[in-house]
Design a protein around this ligand. Structure first.
Ligand code: FPP
Length: 223
């Protein structure tokens, strides 16, 4: 969800204004993904590198996550959406952890769209944590090195149980992955739009989905 800051600055406003506008855009996108019957939607809300931003910006964002999780409860219930979070818990303020845990617990039985917030998420941190967990099992003798396969690794990532993404949408025109789902995106189709996140509409979502439908996916094979 990139471009909140640029969108706000282009309007002579501060970055927080852009983040608040960005938070408003999440509702229609989640609702549409749910209406379309999609299995999973993962939103990159805060990276392990975003802590280097000013205290003011970080604290605005943390407040926004809590407010979002409280104000959107009904949306998750009305649409049978299951809430999930990926990322390190260490470092997140207790009120954010409480709000995440409550929403996760309260929507655990929903079987529609799984909406995952990547919060304090970094793919390298995720892979490091997975390697540590696997190494522990190996040291304890619970797992032989030769038994470690791709499935072992996938099942130790924060995304265990989620399908690999079919489509990555990046807003605000940046052509990079920014430490996002490096393992999981191996065969995803990329769609980059210049539209900044606060202006990302359901129509923009449909443009991305149409582009995706036109792609030929080969998964390394030939068609
Ligand atoms: C990156 O764009 C965006 C973020 C670090 C924050 C994303 C947060 C939101 C969309 C709002 C809250 C979300 C929820 C789910 C409540 P940037 O602001 O760094 O943009 P820039 O590259 O133009 O500066």
């Amino acid at each position: 969800m990139d471009g909140n800051g640029r969108w706000a600055q282009a309007r002579g406003r501060d970055r927080s204004y852009g983040h608040k506008a960005g938070a408003e855009v999440v509702r229609p996108v989640v609702t549409e993904c749910s209406n379309l019957g999609l299995e999973a939607l993962t939103l990159y809300a805060f990276s392990t590198e975003n802590w280097t931003r000013s205290n003011e910006e970080v604290s605005t964002l943390m407040d926004l996550y809590v407010m979002y999780l409280e104000s959107e409860r009904q949306l998750f219930f009305d649409n049978n959406v299951r809430f999930n979070q990926i990322g390190r818990r260490d470092g997140l303020p207790p009120e954010v952890l409480d709000a995440l845990d409550r929403m996760k617990e309260d929507t655990a039985k929903h079987d529609g769209l799984t909406m995952t917030l990547a919060l304090n998420y970094g793919s390298r941190a995720e892979i490091t944590d997975a390697v540590r967990a696997i190494a522990r099992k190996t040291a304890e003798g619970a797992l032989a090195p030769g038994q470690i396969d791709e499935q072992t690794i996938a099942s130790h990532l924060y995304t265990a149980g989620l399908p690999d993404p079919d489509l990555l949408i990046r807003t605000a025109g940046e052509m990079r992955l920014s430490n996002y789902l490096l393992w999981q995106l191996s065969y995803a189709e990329f769609y980059v739009t210049d539209v900044c996140w606060p202006e990302f509409t359901v129509e923009e979502l449909h443009k991305a989905l149409s582009a995706f439908k036109g792609r030929t996916r080969r998964f390394g094979g030939v068609v």
